[in-house]
Ligand binder design. Structure first.
Ligand SMILES: [Zn+2]
Length: 343
């Protein structure tokens, strides 16, 4: 049976949050962004708790085929590619924000998981001071990235956060960062448990991931929402479901909230207008790209104001703390639902 003939309900799923097998179709679509493989692909919602996940879940050996050479992180022609001064400024602001978020904690060792070209971690290391240990952890590293890491005193460690994390030290790290990574994993519930083991007591993990709840989500949820990122997002959380994932893994929720989501506004509009993410074409709508500064500022401010007014955006963060073995010694810090300023 081809996917296009597949039903809209089934009982062969596997919810990572509640274990329920029943599901209902949420969206069925092709890869509108890169046409990496013939589709369509399905996202479904759990009949028990509503968690949204890809169905069927790709096998591990299929995953590389979902990221073509035209993917925006490695393709300078992509309308979503960021580099140069704008990118540097974003990384600097993110690093400074991380420093503020972790004030009062003793940070001696930082791990960035899935951070790609190392530039993000270099800025973080600069913000925290050069005597802090900085480790980039990823599936693989290009030689250029390894050379860059060497120049800036960053260690590179190869591994897989879901299946092969033993190259990191148990109880060895104070701050672990996973930005826009969880949704790309087959088993985020295993990843956050693995990370928990690697944190020192009172250490924290900072996670950003899409949120099914921004205005752009509500406008485009039937098909074109950029947060679906079909077929590369395998799990899509809400703030309560992400909280559940973290608490089930043993974390204390140290902080959480929403972040401006420029990316999904631009991607949703591009999907709706039939523009792909591989390269900018000749359409009059091609002003919808990341390096269009007025456009980016507009969407960031728009989401930021909405968050301040108490609305959700399509990007969220959670900070989980490992409070063991003596919770009484943990830094007392209640969830304040703070808003952060980010892309
Ligand atoms: Zn469920």
């Amino acid at each position: 049976m081809s996917l296009s003939n597949a039903g809209t309900r089934g009982t062969d799923g596997q919810c990572i949050l509640c274990g329920e097998q029943g599901w209902a179709l949420v969206v069925r679509a092709e890869d509108m962004e890169y046409a990496c493989r013939p589709g369509p692909f399905d996202l479904v919602s759990c009949a028990g708790c509503g968690h949204v996940y890809k169905h069927p879940m790709p096998a591990p050996e299929e995953i590389a085929s979902l990221y073509p050479p035209t993917y925006y992180t490695v393709n300078k022609k992509s309308p979503l590619y960021l580099d140069g001064r704008i990118y540097e400024r974003k990384l600097l602001k993110d690093a400074e924000k991380l420093r503020r978020q972790t004030q009062g904690l003793n940070i001696r060792s930082i791990v960035d998981i899935g951070g790609g070209d190392i530039q993000r971690l270099i800025k973080v290391k600069e913000a925290f001071g050069t005597d802090v240990e900085a480790i980039a952890f990823d599936l693989q590293f290009e030689q250029e990235w390894i050379d860059r890491a060497g120049r800036h005193g960053v260690r590179v460690v190869v591994g897989n956060v879901e299946t092969d994390i033993e190259n990191l030290t148990d109880n060895g790290h104070d701050l672990i960062v996973m930005r826009q990574l969880l949704e790309h994993l087959r088993h985020p519930e295993i990843a956050v448990r693995n990370v928990y083991r690697k944190l020192r007591p009172n250490g924290i993990v900072i996670i950003d991931t899409p949120n099914r709840g921004g205005l752009d989500y509500h406008l485009w949820k039937r098909k074109y929402w950029g947060g679906y990122h079909i077929p590369r997002h395998f799990h899509l959380f809400t703030l309560p479901s992400l909280t559940r994932l973290m608490r089930d893994a043993g974390y204390h929720v140290y902080d959480q909230g929403y972040l401006p989501s420029l990316g999904f506004w631009v991607m949703s509009l591009r999907n709706q207008l039939g523009l792909n993410s591989a390269r900018r074409g000749k359409s009059l709508w091609e002003f919808l790209y990341f390096k269009n500064i007025p456009l980016s500022v507009f969407f960031i401010l728009f989401d930021w104001v909405r968050i301040r007014l108490g609305f959700q955006s399509s990007n969220q963060f959670i900070v989980g703390q490992k409070r063991e073995p003596s919770p009484a010694n943990a830094a007392r810090h209640e969830v304040k639902g703070s808003q952060q300023f980010s892309f």
